[in-house]
Write a protein that binds this ligand. Structure first.
Ligand code: CA
Length: 229
């Protein structure tokens, strides 16, 4: 159920708005003063705020500005004066909508619904899926840079992680140590390619049941390494 905060000092108006919004299935909280309303908006998880402009304690301009600094939730501003609407627009406070009193409660409900739907779309499209590589019990979360082996998390250094991920993403291909060194250390093979051997050993200790008989990263003698799928 979406939670709505109404910051409005005229109780009759606040109650009317609350009744209509509750009839539409919203969970509504009223606050009659500006400063307390701002505090509530910032410390609670509301999905939308209906904000009156002229309020005791702190005016709607300042409340809108401060909510916007911390939250992306829709803010619907209401005012008794048409001039105020121009001022709200002009100030660029980040309000999503403006209504002039008196307005019909059903119009308020329609606008609340529209803004919540838009906001929900925005939030869900912003949630990116993590980039995951999964092979036989090994799960590499490239976004979070975490590795689990049969569900158990193991710690990898940055280069160990990069090397394991590269091999797992390119399975069944043999890479020479020189190729792996260039790929992971991004230098033109002027480094110590023994580093690759050391890192492969460390990775095996973390992912293989038996490092002497590797099931994942195979050594192809005289050539290099291959990740088995
Ligand atoms: Ca007022």
């Amino acid at each position: 159920m979406s939670k709505i905060l109404i910051i409005e000092d005229e109780e009759a108006i606040a109650d009317l708005e609350k009744d209509y919004l509750e009839l539409s299935g919203f969970d509504v909280t009223i606050c009659n003063s500006g400063d307390v309303g701002l505090k509530m908006a910032l410390t609670n998880e509301f999905d939308l705020v209906v904000l009156d402009l002229m309020l005791p304690g702190m005016d709607g301009f300042e409340i809108c500005r401060q909510i916007r600094e911390e939250k992306n939730i829709p803010i619907l501003m209401v005012s008794a004066k048409k001039d105020d609407i121009d001022k709200i627009r002009g100030l660029g406070l980040g309000a999503d909508d403006y209504m002039t009193k008196p307005f019909s409660p059903s119009e308020l409900v329609a606008r609340v619904k529209a803004h919540l739907a838009r906001y929900q779309r925005l939030v869900s499209s912003g949630k990116k899926q993590n980039d995951i590589v999964e092979i036989r019990g090994i799960r590499i979360d490239k976004t979070a840079r975490r590795v689990t082996i049969d569900g158990e998390e193991r710690a990898f250094t940055g280069k160990e992680f990069d090397l394991l991920t590269f091999l797992a993403e390119n399975p069944n291909r043999v890479y020479t140590k020189e190729e792996l060194f260039r790929e992971i250390w991004e230098m033109d093979s002027i480094g110590d390619i023994a580093t690759v051997t050391v890192h492969i050993k460390k990775i095996r200790e973390k992912i293989e049941y038996d490092s002497a008989k590797p099931q994942y990263i195979e050594t192809i003698w005289g050539v290099g390494y291959r990740f088995r799928i």
